[in-house]
Design a protein around this ligand. Structure first.
Ligand code: PAF
Length: 285
């Protein structure tokens, strides 16, 4: 039976016990409502060398803006427990909000460069909330390694920078995006999409993969111009585009030269009231 831990001190004790036994601890941070994408993170933790895996399930209020979907965010602990157990995780850490955030909160962790562009423009407090809660999860789970999904490419870059700049002794693994058979990147928010919105949202992966093919085959050469082609495809499908950008995959800074490779295309777009993000890396032609 998978062990459920709610208390921070109990998780710290569990982690220290694992280490005393010579075991490597892997952390998979999630907000629950798990899907195949999250489960692939558990596999990535094992493949990366974790002997013991803790999955945190915590819908973190500080990364949601005042008008965002914190209250509606889907939650199903029993479903999450079953999936984690089937996938062989050792522990679920499910703290209460009041244990993670004793009021008033006056200390934050903030990354000030990578956080500012892309999703940071429309979600100004989001990455401060993410960096703060991930710091708290690191202090609770004391992991040797932690796994994040490439789907949230900007988040993964922020966490890597935080770990580097603040000297956390945690190895970060970034696991590839898992897609539905039709190409839509898995996300807990896909649940909000109607069938029609889901069909129209397929324009995201289709336009990204078309850009990759055109640039890698050399049919088209300019990655900056390609962002315009992607934007047009999303708008024709009825999407309201937040951004389509092409970036340096390591620094996450926007490219100013469309011939530079590798490059990362990143998209945020709304279909109906659901905001979706996706990204795809393009290698050399
Ligand atoms: O990617 C997520 O689900 C969240 O942003 C994370 C990393 C669990 C922090 O709340």
């Amino acid at each position: 039976m998978i062990r459920i831990i709610h208390s921070i001190s109990e998780l710290q004790k569990w982690s220290m016990d694992q280490k005393k036994q010579g075991k490597t601890v892997g952390l998979v941070p999630t907000m629950g409502f798990l899907h195949a994408g999250h489960l692939s993170l558990i596999d990535a933790a094992r493949a990366g060398g974790a002997d013991s895996v803790v999955v945190s399930v915590f819908v973190n209020p500080t990364q949601f803006g005042p008008t965002e979907d914190f209250d509606q965010y889907p939650r199903d602990f029993e479903h999450d427990r079953r999936l984690c157990e089937e996938r062989g995780a050792d522990v679920i850490f499910a703290p209460a909000v009041s244990d993670m955030y004793a009021a008033p909160v006056t200390c934050w962790v903030e990354e000030t460069e990578i956080s500012k562009g892309l999703c940071g423009r429309t979600r100004p407090i989001h990455f401060r909330g993410v960096a703060t809660v991930v710091t708290k999860l690191f202090n609770a789970a004391l992991p040797d390694l932690a796994v994040f999904g490439q789907k949230d490419a900007q988040q993964a870059a922020v966490i890597k920078r935080m770990v580097r700049d603040l000297n956390f002794p945690v190895r970060i693994i970034v696991a590839p995006i898992v897609r539905e058979e039709d190409g839509l990147a898995l996300s807990s928010r896909n649940k909000y999409l109607s069938k029609d919105e889901h069909d129209r949202a397929l324009s995201i992966s289709r336009s990204l993969f078309a850009a990759k093919k055109a640039l890698e085959s050399g049919i088209r050469k300019d990655a900056l111009a390609e962002t315009g082609i992607i934007r047009k495809a999303l708008e024709e499908a009825g999407g309201v585009v937040d951004y389509v950008e092409v970036l340096d995959p390591d620094s996450m800074m926007p490219l100013t030269d469309g011939s530079v490779r590798p490059a990362l295309f990143a998209v945020a777009v709304r279909f109906g009231s659901t905001r979706l993000i996706d990204n795809l890396r393009v290698e050399r032609a």
